[in-house]
Ligand binder design. Structure first.
Ligand code: FAD
Ligand code: SIN
Length: 532
């Protein structure tokens, strides 16, 4: 069936090998052949880095309604209730499935151990010590590797989705037929043609200078879907985690929210004042993440500090070592003993709440394209994600995508003949410095102008910069052979543009979008939906 060696055909293409992509792939592989593409290594997404855990109502004293309420309070009412209920009711089943796959969750007697995080009114976070993501990624990957119907292709950076306009006969119906991907080893661009495509390419955290997200979180999935014609929403809702380690060598190491969940205090580093009492006296350190991140940012700016302190040294040393073995060991290596002294922390970008608009069936606007995980806006998180609801969303919507594709399989048309990638008009780059310069400029500008506290003036400055960079990046993309760095720069720029346009469109402060020019919250919560 292959037209040339640069053309690959499969039943279903999954873009991304994190929690969302592999969940979808495993469910689809029960009956169909699935190819999974990943940029770089198969463990390079955020999933492997997740620390705290997965939220699920498992305790007899807790209820779905409590979890729904906590999610909607954190999300400042912008969540779609139907989605919130859909996800939360499926959480226990998702945990059972992970247990079946061999994820070694911590236990307490016969039950799973539940920890606590900000915004949760109950203990409901299942976890594997403080390295839950790695255990989940490992279990999913082992199952995918063992499955005869799953082909895993790392080192493939998707450049764009294939749509009707890439067919040998032009078709303008917007249907998606797979993706063009750069084989990072050979430098060749391959067409991966499929009847159904699942986009699970993760978030856009690296659009900011300081982020807890891995290097590859450059919003490729969001940018590709947008260019192909899908709506994107709530991109202004960028989540900042309150406690990223402050260290001159290690720039993006997260200190899990569970440290506060297990009793950690936030302190002014000079006076020792437990300042959350001044911002949210009732919930203190366990207020939702947007409130704690803004408090940390405020302390740092108000007192000219480099960082604030997170202190759990009042808990017994064995308790700390037992609950946080990974963090303890990492900090020991940097000369910090968290059982005896406070940890210097700063806020950093952490999660992309907005993304490609999907329904409960994980369908996007484009026929042939489903999406799941951090690249989407499903309605679960609203204006601010509740801690540990994200992995959960990946499992639920990965499954939902698979179910919907399989249910409608017979009605999906077979792909037409697709054109090969055209490189006839490009040469090798002679100035790689352009990529580095623009990448650095975008990330710094987003941090300074589109950060935790915003103003219209700063957002407009950001918009002007983004407009100026647009021509330069498109010229570069049109003239030179693609590399992963170039693919990522183009997507970072695209996402920065979507974030700033969304932020300028929201004339209120809600959840993660806090602007001094519109400090009030409107009575009616509305999504910011951008239409290509
Ligand atoms: P990812 O796991 O990010 O995977 C993205 C995949 O897409 C990767 O395989 C990547 O290679 C691939 N990809 C990207 N671009 C391309 C391209 N152009 N071509 C081909 N492939 C591409 N959430 C929780 O619920 N609980 C937690 O405890 C938690 N802790 C976290 C800690 C950290 C440090 C971070 C950064 C996040 C944490 N989160 C947590 C959030 C959560 O980890 C992520 O939202 C979730 O893992 C996203 O999964 P995903 O499958 O959507 O994407
Ligand atoms: C953390 O462990 O603090 C991160 C949890 C999350 O992002 O949901």
């Amino acid at each position: 069936m292959c037209k040339t060696e640069a053309m690959n055909k499969c039943d279903i293409l999954v873009i991304g090998s994190g929690a969302a992509g592999l969940t979808a792939a495993l469910a689809l592989a029960e009956t169909h052949r699935v190819t999974v593409l990943a940029k770089g290594s198969l463990t390079g997404g955020s999933t492997a880095w997740a620390q705290g855990g997965i939220a699920a109502v498992l305790d007899a004293g807790d209820t779905f309604e409590n979890h729904v309420r906590d999610t909607m309070i954190a999300g400042a009412g912008l969540n779609r209730r139907e989605t919130v209920e859909f996800v939360i009711e499926r959480a226990p089943r998702s945990i059972d499935r992970l247990v079946e796959l061999g994820v070694p969750f911590n236990t307490e007697g016969a039950d799973l151990h539940l920890t606590r995080e900000g915004g949760h009114s109950h203990r409901r976070i299942v976890h594997v010590d403080d390295a839950t993501g790695w255990a989940v990624q490992d279990a999913l990957l082992r199952a995918a590797r063992a499955h005869p119907n799953v082909t895993l292709l790392p080192g493939r950076a998707c450049i764009d989705l294939i749509t009707g306009r890439h067919g040998e006969k032009f078709s303008g119906d917007g249907r998606v037929w797979g993706a063009y991907a750069l084989d990072e080893a050979s430098g060749r661009v391959e067409a991966h043609v499929a009847r159904a495509t699942v986009l699970a390419a993760g978030g856009a955290g690296r659009v900011y200078q300081f982020s807890t997200a891995p290097r590859g979180a450059t919003g490729d999935g969001i940018a590709m879907a947008w260019r192909a014609g899908a709506r994107v929403s709530n991109m202004e809702m960028m989540q900042f985690h309150p406690t990223c380690l402050y260290n001159l060598e290690v720039k993006n190491f997260l200190i899990t929210e569970a440290v506060r969940g297990e009793g950690g205090h936030l302190l002014h580093p000079e006076t020792g004042h437990r300042y959350m009492a001044d911002y949210d006296p009732e919930r203190m350190e366990l207020a939702p993440r947007d409130i704690v991140a803004r408090a940390n940012d405020d302390q740092i700016k108000r007192y000219g500090l480099d960082y604030v302190h997170l202190d759990i040294s009042h808990q017994p040393p064995d308790f700390v070592r037992q609950h946080f073995p990974t963090i303890h060991e990492k900090l020991q290596g940097l000369g910090i003993d968290m059982t005896r002294e406070p940890i210097p922390v700063v806020p950093a970008q952490h999660y992309t709440c907005g993304g490609v608009v999907i329904g409960l069936d994980a369908r996007t606007d484009l026929p042939g394209l489903w999406a799941a995980g951090e690249c989407t806006e499903s309605g679960l998180h609203g204006a601010n994600r509740l801690a540990s609801n994200s992995l959960l969303e990946c499992f639920v919507f990965g499954e939902a995508a698979a179910r919907d594709i399989l249910a409608g399989w017979d009605d999906l048309p077979p792909p037409p003949a697709i054109r090969e990638w055209d490189e006839s008009r490009v040469t090798d780059s002679d100035e790689e410095v352009v990529i580095k310069q623009n990448w650095t400029e975008i990330r710094r500008m987003m941090w300074n102008y589109v950060g935790i506290v915003r103003t219209t003036k700063r957002l407009e400055r950001a918009r002007n910069r983004i407009d100026l960079l647009a021509q330069e990046i498109e010229d570069y993309y049109g003239s030179f052979r693609v590399t992963t760095d170039l693919v990522e720069l183009r997507n970072l720029h695209q996402c920065a543009d979507l974030i700033v346009r969304s932020a300028l469109a929201r004339h209120e402060s809600r959840g993660l979008h806090f602007t001094l020019d519109y400090p009030e919250t409107d009575p009616l919560a509305r999504d910011t939906v951008l239409v290509p």
